[in-house]
Design a protein around this ligand. Sequence first.
Ligand code: TYD
Ligand code: MG
Length: 454
Amino acid sequence: MAKTDRMVYVCNACGSRQNKWSGQCGDCGAWNTLEETRAIEVKGTGRGRGYSGEVSAVQTFESITVHRDTRIVSGLSELDRVLGGGIVSGSVTMIGGDPGIGKSTLLLQLLAAVSQQVSTLYVTGEESLQQIRIRAQRLGLEQVPMKLVTETHVERILDIIRQEQPQVLVIDSIQTVFTDALASAPGSVSQLRESTALLVRFAKQSGTAIFIVGHVTKEGALAGPRVLEHMVDTVLYFEGEASNQYRMLRAVKNRFGPVNELGVFAMLEGGLRVVTNPSAIFLSRHQQPIPGSTILVTREGSRPLLVEVQALVDDSHLANPRRVTLGLEQNRLAMLLAVLHRHAQITTYDQDVFVNVVGGMRVTETGADLAVLSAVLSSLRNRAPQTGLVLFGEVGLAGEVRPIQAGADRLKEAAKHGFSRAIVPAANAGKQTRIEGLEIVPVQRLSEALEQLW
Ligand code: TYD
Ligand code: MG
């Protein structure tokens, strides 16, 4: 067998390999993502190389033994719920997020929390052990029996974990880890993939649960981590704005639990604290209702959440008035404004329309439509909606208000926070949904809903 070194170009966005450099990736169409790496190819006998003669047994469902997921519950309730009820042994979880968002802090707290029940190991390639000790001191976790090591060489990491046999392992971060098998620099796509593959294989064989930290690049592109998404069991993103203390952990993929589950934390002086009642933080309690602001009951994963939607509608001096959204989809706003015109005879063609979801939340569901249009109308008329009003519901192109999922849960959440009136799709207001202290106003058309605002 002869080894040859050759340069190949690997796309940062999709991970495909090209033989020639070009400005645009031929596979996924992304620009400026090709990165030169040295490919070490082992020229063997072609097909079947590396084949040792062992064959996997062919089985039927009956012959496959199933081990029930054994979950390690950390006690950090928001993290456990995002994971689907605790850490599954043998699973590989990637936590992505901007540098400085709190990934290392979260994982240090996680390991500390489980280290009383199981053996743990924290492998760091980013910080020195002193730095981690200082952080642990700050978090009040110095007495915890967890083990730490600085290492970036994946083969050596594997040797260490074979010896230590931790049940929960953290790799901080995957961008610093490299394998001997490749000559490219740590952090390059091929290194990320190869190192992750080795760790995943180890997790599956040994039953060790592995958490991998992946930094997201500045442009917001998930260069690196993105190419790993399909290799790991669970992908979590840690998000938030540097300017406020709240951090949201979102599951975008989970082989062991629901996706889109959201965990909310607050980054305080003494580390991350779980926020058990997140509705409260996304509502800015005004003394009295103000024009352009409505309260939406949205849903994140399995949990209803109250958020404030704000709109500002102002005379435009542009040929194409602006439609700007923060935390919502922009095209949907343009569509909703067209529905507002056609089915409620309210024109905004000469107005700039800005819509914002307060608190840095992102709402992706169509259930926000009614709250958005109500906020727009309220701002346009400069008239505050009633006190204690919440809304939810999808608005269709025909001007109808369509039902959305989990209406009853949302209504209960609204009542829990002291709201007294809810404008909801008629189909979400069945006879059974009667809630103490909450007046439910069922609507079928957009125009009906807007009449109920005042
Ligand atoms: P860190 O976990 O190092 O982020 P990452 O690993 O994602 O890069 O978090 C660093 C930030 O968190 C830093 O700006 C300081 C802040 N922080 C606190 O506010 N309170 C704390 O108790 C700790 C440990 C960090
Ligand atoms: Mg870190």
